[in-house]
Design a protein around this ligand. Structure first.
Ligand code: A2P
Length: 254
């Protein structure tokens, strides 16, 4: 079967299945990377939180731009008001959506326990939930929970973030060899075949192009990729950065 190029949001709108990740791109590099991506077929840019990526906001008019914002202090640490009820933030976002000021609203890094609390109050179901997702962190239970409610998952750090450590995994390399593609193509394709938006990050032009390639994977390959975490390879890469327990079972406890 030909892999999807777009998925349908619960708003009825279409979202491109592959978007350019920009988290951790250095200032200056991100503008060039986004500009190159837009000139080479990308219509979906993920502008992740960080002062480094704020430059990409100038591209809003040209693409389906998604943003995951978390306020930061001038020294780069997270600015968190622990007394604030985040469900109230969602209510305010719902107002913005209902006023027609945005096309869709979604969340990022929300675990099932957080979503269950929000579900009691939401009047608009989040369109997306962007989380760390890859074969070492497949989040099967979260995927099932979100699927049932029409929430589309988006995968950040699909290659394992900085240095792309998943590319050197022997099992992933074997699947790549069998399909005669790169390990990066397997890791990107994994999500699209699973019905998940994927946001590979690169500042290198050749990789930006190659990371947009998606192939159809057999159910045997998908089963193998879906089973890697349970075979002892489970690994969450980004946890300590948040300094906050987000309610995932495997969350780093301080
Ligand atoms: P660079 O930006 O220099 O290309 P993730 O998408 O999981 O966050 O991974 C991003 C990391 O993977 C970055 O270090 C990025 O480096 C690197 N990377 C992105 N695409 C590829 C690729 N096709 N092959 C090897 N490394 C890649």
């Amino acid at each position: 079967m030909v892999p999807a190029t777009h998925f349908k949001l619960n708003t009825g709108a279409q979202i491109p299945a592959v978007g350019l990740g920009t988290w951790r791109s250095e200032p200056g590099q991100v503008r060039q990377a986004v500009s190159f991506a837009l000139e080479n077929g990308y219509t979906h840019i993920d502008a992740a939180f960080s002062a480094n990526t704020s430059n990409s906001s100038s591209f809003t008019g040209q693409s389906d731009l998604s943003r995951a914002l978390l306020p930061a202090n001038p020294d780069g640490t997270r600015s968190i008001d622990r007394s604030w009820d985040q469900n109230e933030t969602w209510r305010q976002m719902e107002e913005v959506y209902k006023a027609g000021k945005v096309k869709a609203i979604g969340v990022a890094n929300w675990s099932i326990s957080y979503l269950e609390a929000l579900e009691k109050k939401w009047t608009v179901v989040p369109a997306v939930n962007q989380v760390e997702l890859h074969p070492f962190l497949p989040q099967h239970a979260l995927k099932e929970w979100c699927d049932k409610r029409g929430i589309l998952l988006e995968a950040y750090s699909p290659l394992g973030s900085e240095g792309a450590p998943l590319l050197s995994d022997p099992a992933i390399q074997e699947i790549a060899k069998k399909n005669d593609v790169s390990a990066a193509t397997i890791l990107v394709s994994y999500h699209v075949n699973r019905g998940v938006v994927v946001l590979p990050k690169s500042i290198k032009e050749s990789r930006i192009v190659s990371n947009s390639q998606v192939i159809a994977l057999s159910s045997a390959d998908m089963d193998a990729l879906n089973g890697l975490a349970a075979q002892g390879k489970a690994k969450r890469i980004n946890t300590p950065l948040f300094v906050w327990d987000l309610g995932f079972d495997d969350w780093y406890k301080q």
